[in-house]
Design a protein around this ligand. Structure first.
Ligand code: ADP
Length: 225
């Protein structure tokens, strides 16, 4: 059996520990994502979805519990190893695209590959393929400001997948789009995920989108059900 793409076991996180404003957001959250699985993380705003995704994506550390990516325990790794895993094995998509405004769509997808040591020619070829697969290849030479919200978010998906991660973490990836655009952009994301065969954990409070994924997990009172 292949290793889980992501495994969280008993993850705990409290903000402002010891202060009056202390808030225990995660209280023993556990989940497992198999390779290729697309899973919705459903919960209302403020429930801790972003906190959980940041811990899963090694952008933040848990107070307690275990985080495994591709079968490897991340708790035992130093900063350099965590950075390498985050860069190579995890792709992030946020509600807002966060593309670099001074670079074209193509360059936004090329740059993470150059940072990972890929040669420019190969990086550009991959960026073109990715942009083409979500229908924005004709806009490859435009800067983000010249793209629609839906196009910007499609480019952000391509950037997240630029280094062929094994795990995609998405935080309300269509939350900033009108319902019709959201539907189309979500379909593009699903196609991309299915094509590449990576595992995806997608936080949303949109139940219609959640129903289109393989499985739904609910985050309630700091635990997953
Ligand atoms: P969601 O993504 O589901 O909206 P978040 O993970 O962003 O939820 O936040 C969960 C709770 O933790 C909220 O009450 C939020 O105010 C609080 N929180 C998030 N980040 C911090 C922080 N850096 N410091 C203090 N409290 C935080």
């Amino acid at each position: 059996m292949s290793e889980a793409a992501l495994r969280l076991e008993g993850v705990e996180k409290t903000y402002n520990k010891g202060l009056e404003s202390e808030v225990a957001v995660l209280r023993g959250a556990s989940l497992t994502l198999a390779p290729g699985e697309v899973v919705a993380l459903v919960a209302p705003s403020g429930a801790g979805k972003s906190t959980l995704l940041h811990i899963a994506g090694l952008l933040d550390v848990a107070d307690a519990g275990r985080v495994e990516i591709g079968g490897k325990d991340m708790g035992g790794q130093g900063d350099r190893a965590r950075t390498r895993v985050r860069r190579r094995e995890v792709g992030f998509v946020y509600q807002f695209h966060h593309l670099l405004p001074e670079f074209t769509a193509l360059e936004n997808v090329v740059l993470p590959q150059l940072a990972d040591g890929i040669a420019r020619g190969a990086a550009e070829a991959r960026a073109h393929r990715l942009l083409d697969s979500v229908g924005v290849a004709p806009r490859a030479d435009h800067r983000p400001a010249a793209l629609s919200g839906g196009e910007q978010q499609r480019v952000a998906f391509c950037r997240a997948l630029a280094n062929a991660p094994r795990l995609l973490l998405a935080d309300e990836p269509t939350g900033n789009l009108d319902p019709e655009t959201s539907d189309r952009v979500f379909a593009a994301l699903m196609d991309l995920v299915r094509e590449t065969g990576l595992a995806a954990l997608i936080a949303t409070h949109n139940l219609a989108l959640a129903a289109r994924m393989d499985r739904q997990l609910h985050l309630d009172a700091g635990r997953i059900s």
